[in-house]
Each structure stands twice: as C-alpha cells, then as structure tokens.
Design a protein around this ligand. Structure first.
Ligand SMILES: Nc1ncnc2c1ncn2[C@@H]1O[C@H](COP(=O)(O)OP(=O)(O)O)[C@@H](O)[C@H]1O
Ligand SMILES: [Mg+2]
Length: 310
C-alpha cells in the first residue's frame, strides 16, 4: 500500500494564556458517574488534564472490554452526559459536541458518497461562517491537510477505493482541518493491520506533538499506549468501573515503534500494565478500598502528577 509522504504540520496558534495556576484544566472529570437505567457503567471518575501553552498531554485509557472507555470519551465529546458529577472543558461544563473537540472513531467515519476532498471540505463548509474562510481558502486548507496526512494525489477518489489506512487518514484529515484543541480517539487503529497501524501511530504521534494538541485516546493495545501516551489511565472491570491506577510514562521522547522496546524500563512498564489487565482490573473491581487513590498506588509507575512534560 502506498501511503505517501506526509509534511510536518504547523503548530496551532497559541491561545492566550494566563498564569498556569489560574488556568482551569483543559479537561476535567469531577466525580463523574454514568448510569444507563439501573446499570451503573462508570462510577466516580476523576481526571484532570492541565492546559499548558507549549505542550499538550497525550492521555490514553486502557481497560477491559465493556468497562466504560467509550462512555468516558462520549462524555467528553458531548454525546452523553454524566448522571452525577461534572465533565468540564476549560472549566465549562460540556453541553454538546463542539469544534474544539475532534473525534476519530474505530470505524472509518468518512462519507462514502463524497470524494476525499469533499469529505475534508465538509466540516469547513458547515463551519464556514465561524471560520471566516472564503471557498478558495477552504479549498486550500483542505488540500494542505490532505497533503499533511499523506493523501496527496488521492483527493478525487471515493473512500471505497482507498485502503483501510488511507480511509482512516481521511478521517484524521477531516477532524484536524477544523483545528480542534482536543483530539478524541476511540480505538482509532484497531481495525487496521499491524504495519498500517504502526505507520498511523507514528503519524498521530507527530501531529499531536507538532500541533501541541491535547490527546485523549482509548486503546486496548498496551504497546500503542506506551508508544504514544504521557499518562495511561487503567480502568477496572465494570459495572461501576473506576480509574484504578494512573501510570506516568517516563520513557524519553521522541519514541518510535522501532526503538521504544529498547528503552530502559520498557518491559517493567509493559508488565505492570499487562498484570493490571489480567489480574488487578478484576480484583480491584471487587475490592477497591474506599480510600484507594489511583495516583498513590504503590509502585514506580504511578505518582501524583496531573501532567507530565513532553
Ligand atoms: N446507551 C447505552 N445503554 C445501555 N448500556 C450501555 C449504553 N452504552 C454503553 N452501555 C453499557 O455500558 C458499559 C460500558 O460500555 P462502553 O463504554 O461502550 O465500554 P468499552 O468502550 O470500555 O468497551 C457496557 O456494559 C455497555 O453495555
Ligand atoms: Mg468502546
């Protein structure tokens, strides 16, 4: 499969920043609980991601299937609301979807009846008044984004003529062309073959670093989490799933999938997460002590940081 060569993205224009101490977190879950009828999916979720001017944080969530990972992402996307507690973006409760939060799903979410170019233009047209771009500027911005995700030359093709990896690149371009501040990803690479997955992981890693986006990604791939994330949140089995451990990934950047497993500490970190998934996620779901603090779990990978510098 030819994926083409991608050009670096320019950083998003820095937002006006006050002193860090008065800036609300860019993302905050405060005691968020979600019930579907009598079924409590997730319970008392607390997450804070700081809004720092020169670095976005890459946070991933790992947990057993069905524990409530998509539920958390949907709260942030504004597709779902907490039954109790709050979900805030920059200090404001989330009231619905917004252009500041771009979402990439596992399923390729491009329109099958539109070409690559028209798919990427779609959001720009919908938001044209707010973005204040002429049709010519919209076209230029869309073409630039298509080139940046490595799809130059494919802009007039329909999605069914593209490989799975290329279709996911269309979804990435559609999302990023609107310059979100927060990138939400729900197992975005899990439908792809290993080779394509690796290439796209590195693209997303590069884009997030260059644009200083805050990234919030669900994955069930431990290696993917270690490659991409600054912080890895480990969820217990549901019902009433909780964040049981907060793992700070201190492996140095830049990391590539070719070298990450050679970094000192890689296997300790990997084993810690896998042990959680095969054992502690179930045990803690049953017996998590009331005073349990996910940021104070014994062990070298967890600590009280709400943010780790890139
Ligand atoms: N709209 C819904 N109505 C009822 N139950 C739901 C709904 N959405 C999710 N659930 C349930 O909530 C739990 C968590 O789902 P989900 O967040 O999709 O899990 P994950 O993404 O971790 O696999 C599951 O038991 C699922 O069946
Ligand atoms: Mg899910």
């Amino acid at each position: 499969m030819s994926e083409g060569h991608a050009k670096p993205l320019p950083a998003a224009s820095p937002a006006l920043q006050g002193p860090a101490s008065v800036q609300p977190p860019i993302v905050e879950f405060r005691h968020a609980t979600v019930r579907f009828g009598t079924f409590t999916a997730v319970s008392d979720i607390n997450i804070a991601i700081e809004d720092l001017p020169n670095s976005g944080e890459f946070v991933t969530i790992i947990g057993p299937s069905g524990c409530g990972k998509s539920t958390l992402l949907n709260l942030l996307a504004g597709l779902l609301f907490p039954t109790e507690g709050q979900v805030l973006v920059r200090g404001e409760p989330v009231t619905g979807p917004g252009r500041d939060r771009g979402m990439i799903f596992q399923q390729y979410s491009s329109f099958p009846h539109l070409t690559v170019l028209k798919n990427v233009l779609f959001g720009l047209r919908i938001n044209s008044r707010e973005l204040n771009l002429t049709p010519k500027q919209q076209h230029e911005r869309a073409m630039e984004m298509i080139e940046q995700v490595g799809l130059a030359g494919h802009e007039h093709k329909y999605p069914h003529r593209l490989s799975g990896g290329q279709q996911q690149r269309v979804a990435i371009a559609r999302t990023l062309v609107l310059e979100p501040r927060i990138l939400l990803m729900d197992e975005p690479f899990s439908a792809l073959d290993a080779l394509t997955r690796g290439t796209l992981q590195e693209e997303v890693n590069r884009i997030v670093a260059e644009t200083k986006l805050t990234a919030f990604m669900i994955t069930h791939d431990v290696d993917e989490a270690i490659l991409l994330a600054d912080r890895i949140l480990l969820m217990t089995n549901g019902p009433q799933a909780k964040i049981a451990e907060v793992v700070v990934n201190t492996l140095p950047r830049p990391r590539t999938r070719h070298d990450v497993h050679h970094l000192p500490g890689y296997y300790d970190l990997r084993n810690h997460i896998i042990d959680f998934l095969v054992d502690r996620s179930k045990r803690l779901a049953r017996t998590m002590p009331p005073e349990w603090n996910p940021r104070r779990v014994p062990g070298r990978f967890t600590n009280g940081l709400t943010h780790s510098a890139r």
